[in-house]
Design a protein around this ligand. Structure first.
Ligand code: FES
Length: 139
């Protein structure tokens, strides 16, 4: 199993690790099978995500996907952020080994969970937001 240089870079030097004291949205998701947990924090201003941070207790691919996801959402509108798929996250990392593809689902779900939290708190609706659930991504 081979990792791309980008995956290795984001694993070794993860961007935006941490949390915000006053995040506008926080989402936590876990994968029951591997036990990995990811928490995603966003700051939102005028409908745009200004900053994102994450904490991941998980494998290297989970760290790398959440790291790059924090970079991908910055500056995006809520409507654009909702379109960031696990595939887009993988593509941004120049791919993941097939056995690790599910780790990128965790990044997508954590982002959606944070967006759901924001939508709920602020009373806005974001079209295309995924409902909470999805426990199994086929380990
Ligand atoms: Fe579980 Fe990567 S092994 S998220």
């Amino acid at each position: 199993m081979e990792y791309s240089q980008k995956v290795i870079d984001h694993f070794m030097n993860p961007r935006n690790v941490g949390e915000f004291e006053n995040a506008d949205g926080v989402g936590t998701v876990g994968n029951e099978k591997c036990g990995d947990i990811m928490r995603f924090y966003i700051k939102v201003k005028d409908g745009v995500i200004t900053e994102a941070r994450f904490k991941t207790f998980g494998c290297g691919a989970a760290v790398a996907t959440s790291s790059i996801a924090t970079e991908m959402v910055r500056g995006k509108t809520l409507q654009e952020a909702v379109l960031i798929s696990n595939k887009a996250v993988m593509d941004a990392l120049d791919g993941l080994p097939a056995a690790k593809a599910h780790c990128s689902c965790l990044a997508e779900e954590a982002l959606h969970a944070a967006l759901r939290d924001y939508a709920q708190r602020s009373g806005v609706s974001i079209e295309g937001l995924k409902p909470a659930q999805v426990k199994d991504h086929g380990h």
